[in-house]
Write a protein that binds this ligand. Structure first.
Ligand code: SF4
Ligand code: SF4
Ligand code: FES
Length: 245
């Protein structure tokens, strides 16, 4: 069987695709380990738990973000590093910028409440708390490609987690932080939701945060841009023109 891997060994050398013949392996991660151990020990990739809980082995397989340890290997698969991040070497990308965005969204406990936390309160934040920070959603996001300051799907999902957390008695700073380069910049394309290995739905979380923001008096910027940028087909002289010209 054959695996194709995008290699990038140094800044001086351009990225290229290299093919390796390997034994029949069950997962992409096992195939990568075989390449490292038996074919080329200079090959670089990340992995930790090997059971889908640490998020460190996220790569793109045939163009889609996947956890290598949870992805069945097929002959001729193409494995590439995540998108929207600087490649350090081969499949290893620099995650520093993304962690900075997480910091910028202020997604942490600001002021602990003294109230009792019930089981149903815990359920409110259960799904979003399962994020393993694998960065697959970032890699798939088209907005991040054009705006490096966009807070991005996992920061926003995490923002909802803290806004809904009953232990937090002051969520105002979190909502404030996600108004610019945040919830209103998302195109609601749903790529992030499709690739999340934890079945988190960042697109719905962002829509939820938009609703909460409007309830708190923030401007719905999606409606503002809709009114100014979209030709509705009406004009003051000739009435409705369905073709918009
Ligand atoms: S839904 Fe929004 S956050 Fe998710 S990938 Fe699309 S643009 Fe990015
Ligand atoms: S939201 Fe899902 S895809 Fe995004 S970092 Fe968390 S686990 Fe990964
Ligand atoms: S090695 Fe931990 S998620 Fe794959």
């Amino acid at each position: 069987m054959k695996i194709r891997i995008k290699r990038e060994k140094s800044k001086e050398k351009k990225p290229y695709i290299e093919e390796f013949e390997i034994d029949k392996e069950e997962t992409i991660l096992n195939a990568l380990i075989e390449v490292k151990e038996k074919k080329d020990n200079s090959f670089a990739f990340r992995c930790g738990c090997k059971t889908g809980v640490c998020g460190s082995c996220a790569v793109r397989v045939n163009g889609t973000e996947r956890l290598a340890c949870k992805t069945h290997f097929k002959d001729n698969d193409l494995v590439e590093p995540l998108n929207n991040a600087k490649v350090i070497k081969d499949l290893i990308v620099d995650l520093e910028h993304e962690y900075k965005l997480l910091e910028n969204s202020e997604t942490f406990l600001h002021k602990a409440s003294s109230g009792q936390i019930t089981k149903s309160d815990e359920k409110l934040i259960d799904t979003q708390s399962n994020c393993i920070l694998c960065q697959s959603c970032f890699s798939s996001c088209p907005v991040y490609e054009v705006n490096k300051d966009f807070l991005g799907p996992y920061s926003l999902t995490r923002a909802l987690r803290y806004v809904n957390d009953k232990k937090e008695s002051n969520s105002a700073p979190i909502l404030e932080k996600i108004q610019n380069n945040g919830i209103w910049d998302c195109t609601l394309c749903g790529n992030c939701t499709l690739v999340c290995p934890q079945f988190i739905d960042p697109k719905s979380d962002i829509m939820n945060l938009r609703m909460k923001s409007v309830q708190k008096g923030y401007e719905d910027k999606s409606i503002a841009s809709f009114n100014s940028g979209f030709d509705t087909g009406f004009d003051s002289f000739g009435g409705f023109n369905p073709n918009g010209f």
